[in-house]
Write a protein that binds this ligand. Structure first.
Ligand code: ATP
Ligand code: MG
Length: 196
């Protein structure tokens, strides 16, 4: 009944912790190019191909946070300044014996390093625990590959990065589903960088 459906509790509100992370999220065209690239690599490695709508580059992983801390993350993100940049994904590789098969740039573009470092510093300043390991720019394309990927991406993907996002992760049996809960522009970006 419509009435019953209408009175169902809202899944995303309330006081439950939320699993969150900052990321670069591609628009539809870049996601399609990344996915084509992921499919070709997957043909070589096997394993679990990432879904097209889940491809991203993680800037900082926060894990479970209570709603008020998620609000603090939004406020922090709004104070960050960064420049738009081009990310060219030309390299492929694998970590942890194929658990993560990734695509990445030849070298981290300086504006991306500045964004990731600035974000990590701001997060630490607000008392968030962030990874101590240096930032390694990568997009996970396949999980649990059985064979090594090629070292190079045959058709490099050019990604004009014009903003960054705060994402919420809903874990599930067939991989995580992600929800965008905040988005902030980088300066010099095209006005139309919404894409999704
Ligand atoms: P699943 O866990 O179902 O395989 P997932 O790893 O994509 O899916 P999350 O675990 O929510 O989903 O992770 C969200 C993003 O943060 C992913 O890019 C993931 O690689 C990254 N991430 C997860 N845990 C950590 C961590 N401890 N340190 C750094 N990055 C992490
Ligand atoms: Mg995970």
């Amino acid at each position: 009944m419509t009435q019953l459906q209408g009175s169902a509790p809202e899944r995303d509100s309330g006081s439950e912790p939320q699993r969150v992370f900052f990321a670069l999220w591609p628009d539809e065209l870049v996601a399609a190019a990344l996915h084509a690239c992921a499919r070709r690599i997957h043909a070589q490695t096997g394993g679990r191909l990432m879904r097209r709508d889940s491809l991203h580059l993680t800037l900082a992983f926060l894990g479970d946070q209570p709603p008020e801390r998620v609000e603090a993350l939004r406020e922090l993100a709004a104070t960050l300044r960064g420049e738009a940049f081009e990310l060219r994904l030309v390299r492929a590789g694998a970590w942890q014996r194929g658990r993560i098969v990734w695509g990445g740039p030849e070298a981290t573009p300086p504006p991306l390093a500045a964004l990731a470092d600035g974000l990590a510093a701001a997060l630490r300043g607000e008392g968030f625990a962030v990874e101590a390991r240096p930032f390694a720019a990568h997009v996970t394309l396949v999980r649990n590959g059985h064979q090594p990927p090629p070292r190079e991406i045959d058709l490099p993907v050019s990604w004009q990065v014009g903003d960054f996002a705060l994402m919420r992760s809903h874990l599930g049996a067939e991989g995580a589903r992600y929800e965008c809960i905040g988005r902030w522009p980088l300066s010099g970006a095209d006005q139309d960088c919404s894409g999704r």
